[in-house]
Write a protein that binds this ligand. Structure first.
Ligand code: GLC
Length: 564
């Protein structure tokens, strides 16, 4: 296969919030199709759509009740086929979200499975008898709160749900489950889709012992003890590859919580024939606190540098999926940059750092215009199941409301889920919808929106466009080896990509003040052969200055190409 995904940039569309064509307050497939020219202008190669399938939307579509039907709010199968066709005409590929660790409790398989042990779907899910005292089979908690086990009187048993109780886990040890999934995947590939993003795929194989989690493990993640990177996960993914994926020229990206870079290599080493790349969480964990994600801690740049460079090194034989944000994370510029005075500069700096590392970059909708976290007026404005649980949990722990509000503002998934602002006009629903949106608009839309970005030749949008164009014209961006520079600098993250005699030197400041940067000696001698290919300050020197050290301005980023 051609490995086209190595040269691609992926754009993630959150269908609920992208563009509403029929004014019911919810984005839809026709709305996405309308915006294909915008995506084409940005230059991206692939669109990843979050789940578009039939679902009761307990977890915004990650609870699927029918894998083969389109959620009516999003449109029809014809709408999907039309979107796919129009995207392909513009050379944009479409990948869908494969959510097969669990289904919705409204899926037919689950309804049948609940009926009893004789039912043909009986073993489609993970059922366990109560302990002698009638309690849950073990002490695992679920991601969205409460026990990971739910009792069903009709079976006199508990079923496992690592997420909400409306998201029962499928039993991958049952070959019929795997066959049903492969059949469904094949149907979508036959319709012409270009790949899958695989939801929490590192959780599909469970430890048959179902061991209790040690007390010190945070409750909402305690199921990791027996559910992440389980004994057969690689066997199953290899089987999936053999039976389905290898038949098509497609891309796969696995979402792999609780996975180290060494384990990630097992998923992505091409010789093993499993997945093309995986999303890891190590850089997402740098600002976690005692309640996990919901904290007001700020990441340390040196930790970020250690984590990202470690993944670059450890996945040299595999492939990285590069991202700052997605529908589960706050906005990148708020979290890793400076979303006030230096919003423009820091958004561009972050883009530079990410897009020049080795791997496939992912842009989350709105990142390309520098959208930032959303200060909702009231905690009641939040819609997300995870956020609601944490508000309750922090309240139960008597945390002050001010602290809760701060953590939610910094970390809620809803920060990334407000509708795309296509223009700055509130009366027009910011170009998203003429109906009442399913979630409030960001109050920043007046100043941060697509229309303004497209009018300004120096906007973040055009900066992303330029980065994407560079990727297309310079092989070193895809293929060059990664080497970290200046490991001890406290403000500047710098690295070099190397291919044959060529080098791409990337220098990114995370400081909101001016800082000096010492170029490593081995690079100084190449100065005369260098060319500045992109910078977030338009008056940056075109050649690496003779005068060293470099004085970097706040959040300045520079990328020099050296050809010998
Ligand atoms: C993944 C999804 C997230 C969802 C969870 C359960 O992490 O990205 O949105 O809530 O899986 O499916």
């Amino acid at each position: 296969m051609s490995e086209w995904w190595k040269k691609s940039v992926v754009y993630q569309v959150y269908p609920l919030s992208f563009n509403d064509s029929n004014n019911d307050g919810v984005g839809d497939l026709k709305g996405i199709e309308e915006k294909l020219p915008y995506l084409s202008k940005l230059g991206i190669d692939v669109v990843w759509l979050n789940p578009i399938f039939e679902s009761p939307l307990v977890d915004n579509g990650y609870d699927i009740s029918d894998y083969e039907k389109i959620l009516p709010k999003y449109g029809t199968m014809d709408d999907f086929l039309s979107l796919l066709k129009e995207a392909h005409k513009l050379n944009i590929k479409i990948i869908l979200d494969l959510v097969v660790n669990h289904t919705s409790n409204e899926h037919r398989w689950f309804k049948e499975s609940c009926k009893g042990k004789e039912n043909p779907y009986s073993d489609y899910y993970i059922w366990k008898d109560p302990r002698e005292d009638g309690s849950e089979p073990n002490n695992w908690g679920s991601t969205f709160g409460g026990s990971a086990w739910e009792y069903v009187p009709s079976r006199g048993q508990y079923y496992l749900h690592c997420f909400a109780k409306e998201q029962p886990d499928l039993n991958w040890d049952n070959p019929k489950v795997r066959q049903s999934i492969y059949k469904m995947m094949t149907k979508w590939f036959e319709l012409g889709i270009d790949g899958f993003r695989m939801d929490v795929i590192s959780l599909i194989s469970k430890n048959p012992e179902y061991p209790n989690a040690p007390k010190e493990v945070p409750y909402t993640k305690s199921y990791y003890v027996g559910a992440s990177n389980g004994p057969k996960v690689h066997e199953y993914l290899h089987e999936m590859n053999e039976k389905v994926l290898s038949e098509y020229d497609v891309m796969t990206v696995g979402e792999t919580p609780n996975t180290t870079s060494k384990q990630a290599l097992l998923y992505t080493n091409p010789n093993r024939k499993e997945l093309d790349m995986v999303f890891h969480f190590d850089h997402m964990h740098l600002d976690y606190g005692k309640y996990g994600k919901f904290s007001d801690i700020k990441f340390k740049m040196s930790d970020l540098r250690n984590v990202l460079s470690k993944w670059q090194k450890d996945l040299a034989e595999g492939w990285n999926a590069l991202y700052w944000s997605n529908h589960d994370q706050p906005r990148a510029v708020t979290r890793f940059g400076n979303d006030e005075k230096y919003r423009d500069k820091s958004a561009k700096m972050l883009a530079t750092l990410l897009h020049f590392m080795k791997g496939t970059p992912y842009i989350y909708e709105g990142e390309e215009i520098g959208m930032k976290n959303v200060p909702f007026d009231s905690l009641n404005d939040y819609r997300d199941i995870e956020t609601k649980y944490f508000i309750e949990d922090l309240r139960n722990n008597s945390e002050p409301e001010e602290y809760i509000r701060k953590c939610v503002y910094l970390k809620s998934r809803d920060n990334a889920r407000t509708p795309m602002p296509w223009n700055g006009n509130e009366k027009e629903g910011y170009g998203f919808s003429n109906g009442k949106p399913w979630i409030k608009y960001s109050p920043d839309n007046k100043n941060i929106n697509v229309e303004d970005a497209l009018k300004n030749p120096n906007s973040i949008f055009y900066y992303y466009q330029k980065l994407i164009k560079l990727r297309k014209s310079m092989a070193i961006i895809t293929e060059g080896d990664f080497k970290l520079l200046n490991k001890d600098d406290s403000d500047v993250f710098s690295y070099v990509r190397e291919m044959e005699e060529k080098k791409l030197v990337v220098i990114c400041s995370f400081a909101s003040k001016k800082v000096n940067f010492e170029l490593p000696k081995e690079l100084v001698k190449h100065i005369s052969n260098s060319r500045l290919i992109i910078s977030n300050y338009d008056d940056s020197n075109l050649e690496l200055p003779q005068k060293l050290p470099l004085c970097l301005r706040p959040f300045e980023s520079l990328a020099y190409y050296i050809e010998e």
